[in-house]
Write a protein that binds this ligand. Structure first.
Ligand code: NAD
Length: 490
């Protein structure tokens, strides 16, 4: 038997439906290419409409029984899945690096964050409970219950292929729903691996399914009568499309979009620490993180100190294959994406920003989509590199005169995914928590990543919907509430 996750160039990534593996039958396909080496690893063949239909009907049939299983039985496969994920974490991380390009440390870290969601979902027996009140009215007791709703799907992006499916899957099934994952066609091998483990974990057939594909597969799910709800994570234009289409088809929907994250460095900050944190958060994963920092607004009184420390941090980066221990920045996902980031850098220069560190000529040992880190200064709102998501190893600096100007500048962004503040002032921190228009905030930390037991979600053009991923919001998203009032006199 081939090792877990092993696929070859000639092999097509498979679907998993009704507890069985099957080849997708659509016409289109997408190559899965190692972005560090250019080697083709496998092919993602897209699912056809009939693949989608068959998978949804298997899932719906499974839901009828699964939703009535005792909750304690529903979480047993999740305990097993957690154990399998722990056992395979290192091997799975290598698969992830080969298809995505990020460093091994980052890949292990994202799998850890995914596993944490499985752990939290094992607490569903407590989390799913609702209220009961005796004597709510004369001789009347009143109780609320939460019930699973049916078949849910999640459509996920390329940048966290190990973690993001697990923002949804454990909660969906623990609450009693059936769940279908549609991963990114660019790096589906980590999901392939995950489903090898799911196959071992003991879920009944049809409870958890995998559908590979592209836009047509997504649209078939969005329009399918038997899909109850949709989670989406990806770029803002597609998030908006998913939100509108799913809502127009009467579904619950949560759609997370792109980002443009700002950092504020106040006069009282530990400047060296702020520079180290801001730069590393911007460049890790080659900037292909929705929580990556994009623009640092530095108090003018500490700007020179910050600039020098930031330059030092940028220059210390190592570009290379994510499997090499010393690498800090891996390749970008595709040659097309690398070209679009390079074009953005040129646009930044054309629009008047100063490129104070130019990584465009940096080379790596391998022949992949490599781009070294770039640092701009003198940027302002209205410039394309400040207004639009770049999703590459590019960070921009600007000066501000105080925290009020910083927050006002930051809030001009149409995105609101994350923001960070470095300060030693409780006043600054309080104002920032109150006024910053972003869903994930960090104070004296570079990356505003919430733990699994808190929700994860942005605001403004970074999010469409109301209930977010992870934690308690997931229980609300995956269940509907029902009230019963009862009269029994004695
Ligand atoms: P993407 O929008 O290109 O793709 C995401 C998913 O949508 C994929 O599964 C893809 O197959 C599908 N898709 C693509 N085009 C479609 C179309 N026309 N119709 C229907 N479905 C379509 O995003 P990506 O490039 O894979 O991921 C990067 C983006 O995701 C960035 O913008 C990043 O900020 C964002 N992101 C956001 C968060 C968050 O929590 N807000 C987290 C991770 C990534």
């Amino acid at each position: 038997m081939a090792p877990f996750g092993a696929v070859t160039e000639t092999e097509t990534v498979r679907n998993y439906a009704g507890g069985e593996w099957a080849d997708p039958t659509g016409e289109e396909s997408h190559p899965v290419v190692n972005p560090a080496t250019g080697e083709t690893l496998a092919t993602t063949r897209f699912s056809s409409e009939s693949d989608v239909d068959d998978t949804v009907s298997e899932a719906l049939a499974a839901f009828e029984t699964w939703s009535k299983q005792p909750v304690e039985e529903r979480i047993q496969p999740l305990f097993k899945l957690k154990q399998l994920l722990e056992e395979h974490q290192d091997d799975m991380a290598r698969t992830l690096v080969e298809e995505h390009g990020k460093t091994l440390g980052e890949a292990r870290g994202e799998l850890r964050r995914g596993i944490e969601n499985v752990e939290v979902a094992c607490g569903i027996p407590s989390m799913m409970q609702s209220g009961t009140l005796q004597h709510a009215a004369p001789d009347i007791d009143e109780s609320a219950v939460r019930q699973p709703q049916g078949v849910y799907t999640a459509i996920t992006p390329f940048n966290f292929p190990g973690m993001i499916p697990l923002w949804f899957l454990p909660y969906a099934v623990a609450t009693g729903n059936a769940f279908i994952l549609k991963p990114s066609e660019r790096d589906p091998l980590t999901s392939q691996y995950l489903f090898e483990l799911i196959d071992e974990a003991g879920f009944p057939p049809g409870v958890v399914s995998l559908l590979n594909g592209g836009p047509d597969t997504v649209n078939a799910l969005l329009e399918h009568d038997d899909v109850e709800g949709v989670s989406f994570v990806g770029s803002t234009p597609i998030a908006r499309h998913v939100y509108e289409t799913a809502a127009a088809n009467g579904k619950r929907v949560q759609a997370q979009g792109g980002a443009k994250n700002h950092v504020i460095v106040a006069e009282s900050a530990d400047v060296e620490f702020a520079a180290e944190q801001s730069v590393n958060s911007a460049l890790a994963c080659s900037g292909e993180r929705c929580l990556a920092n994009d623009v640092v607004l530095v108090d003018e009184s500490v700007y020179d100190e910050f600039r020098a420390a930031a330059l030092e941090e940028v220059e210390s980066q190592v570009l290379g294959n994510g499997l090499d221990d010393e690498t800090t920045i891996g390749p970008l996902i595709t040659p097309e994406h690398e070209a679009s980031v390079r074009e953005m850098i040129q646009t930044g220069m054309d629009e008047g920003a100063d490129l104070i560190h130019d990584g465009r000529d940096w080379e790596a040992d391998d022949d992949g989509n490599f781009l070294g880190p770039c640092l701009f200064e003198n940027v302002e709102p209205g410039m394309t590199i400040v207004d639009e998501e770049i999703f590459g190893p590019v960070l921009s600096l600007a000066t501000v005169s105080d925290i009020d100007e910083a927050i006002e500048t930051m809030n001009q962004s149409r995105f609101g995914n994350a923001a960070s503040l470095f300060t030693d002032s409780g006043r600054d921190a309080r104002k920032f928590k109150e006024d910053a228009e972003a869903g994930n905030l960090a104070i004296n930390a570079g990356t505003a990543a919430p733990m699994a037991f808190f929700h994860f979600g942005g605001q403004k053009d970074s999010f469409f919907g109301d209930l977010h991923a992870q934690g308690e919001d997931m229980i609300h998203f995956y269940t509907d509430k029902k009230i019963a009032i009862e009269r029994w006199d004695y």
